[in-house]
Write a protein that binds this ligand. Structure first.
Ligand code: PLP
Length: 375
């Protein structure tokens, strides 16, 4: 389903046949944004909308937070910025975390997309573009303070400062760095990175900085800088052990396709990893690993109905999952009933834990077959 279809949702024939119903609570998202703004004030809050806003829909998410005053949006890839640009007014700034690839420079300049410069190579690309177009162009510069992933490494800082001093055509809006362990407040790496970033700030006097992701917001004011960059917190994910939890944004209900009663000894699913010990009632629901419910939930996770836990039995298939519904009165579930995957009784976090992963991976993997509906 395209992003436009998400925001202008209607019941089409195609949507009516969806295996599940993904409800995006944009009001809760807006309240999460406000809450984050209050937590980091006077710093600003940018919205991280990479990977289609963690699978939720970049366009409706961006529009929602724009209406609440957000003007800074981060995506990861250049093509995400190009897709998002028409959805946002001209005063919204879109930053590309992975920065420039050779060939993207002119579109970036033309569409007012701001690259995050991660290396001397990317700086040179942008600097050449400034010369060629004879324009002053904005940029953000990222420094690596201990993650060895993206950003100017410590040994290149000196050379980089030289380049910056010699370049009048690049307007550095702010410098940034990324925390590796911000979701663990007790992790000493946080203070190490903060100290390292302090040295960088001293090298670039008068330039603002951006440091905190969601976890960093929970670490306190020293980490907030000028612009905080929360992603998962906006989308209701747990991001810190501190009591700062946000409202859930994503609700998922999945349709029942078939129910059956099986005798003791029935083999359930691929490779018969589950064999019933006694007669049981089972239901098959219409979502599987192709819909982002990982195969690692096999014989582990659960769904809910009316607050009652219904365990997943056997392997998760591509398009379906079998659950044990014996805890419900007979006849409660039938063709067309819906069970809760994420909702009041189970968070995305709970499912991620059962699947041995993190909420980020669950959200970004949800797939395109659900009927999406914003409220
Ligand atoms: C993804 C990302 C974020 C947002 O991280 P959350 O943990 O979702 O808040 C912030 N900054 C950078 C550089 C990122 O890559």
């Amino acid at each position: 389903m395209t992003q436009a279809a998400i925001s202008d949702w209607k019941i089409t024939d195609e949507a009516a046949g969806a295996p599940g119903y993904l409800t995006i609570d944009l009001k809760a998202l807006g309240r999460n944004y406000d809450r984050l703004c209050a937590l980091v004030a006077p710093a600003r809050v940018a919205a991280i909308v990479k990977a289609d806003a963690y699978g939720i829909g970049a366009e409706p998410v961006a529009r929602t937070v724009y209406a609440r005053g957000c003007r800074d949006f981060f995506v990861a890839q250049f093509n995400e910025a190009v897709l998002l640009r028409p959805a946002l007014a001209g005063d919204a700034r879109i930053f590309v975390l992975n920065g420039l690839q050779p060939g993207n420079e002119d579109v970036c300049a033309r569409q007012n997309i701001v690259p995050v410069i991660n290396s001397l190579e990317q700086w040179k690309l942008w600097s050449d573009t400034v010369r060629r177009l004879n324009r002053i162009l904005p940029a953000v510069v990222q420094f690596d303070t201990g993650m060895s992933r993206l950003g100017i490494p410590p040994e290149e800082r000196e050379a980089f400062a030289g380049e910056v001093a010699a370049e009048r055509g690049i307007d550095i809006l702010f410098v940034m760095s990324h925390l590796a362990s911000a979701d663990e407040p007790e992790n000493l790496q946080n203070a190490d990175q903060l100290a390292e970033f302090g040295k960088i700030a001293a090298q670039f006097p008068g330039i603002d900085f951006s440091f905190a992701n969601s976890g960093g917001v929970g670490l306190g004011a020293a980490y907030h800088g000028l612009i905080a960059r929360p992603g998962i917190a906006l989308y209701g994910g747990a991001f810190t052990s501190a009591p700062l939890s946000m409202e859930p944004v994503v609700h998922l209900d999945v349709a029942v396709v078939q129910t059956r009663t099986v005798p003791a000894g029935a083999r359930v699913g691929y490779s018969a990893t589950h064999i019933t010990r006694e007669p049981r009632r089972l239901a098959t629901i219409a979502a599987g690993y192709a819909d982002g419910l990982p195969r690692s939930l096999s014989d582990k996770g659960a769904v809910y109905y009316d607050g009652i836990r219904l365990p997943i039995v056997g392997r998760v298939s591509m398009d379906s999952i079998t659950i044990d519904i014996s805890a419900l009165p007979e006849g409660t579930l039938g063709l067309g009933s819906r069970v809760e995957v994420f909702g009041p009784h189970q968070t995305v976090e709970d499912v991620a834990r059962d699947a041995g992963t993190i909420s980020y991976e669950i959200l970004t993997g949800l797939g395109q077959r659900y009927q999406r509906h914003c409220r």
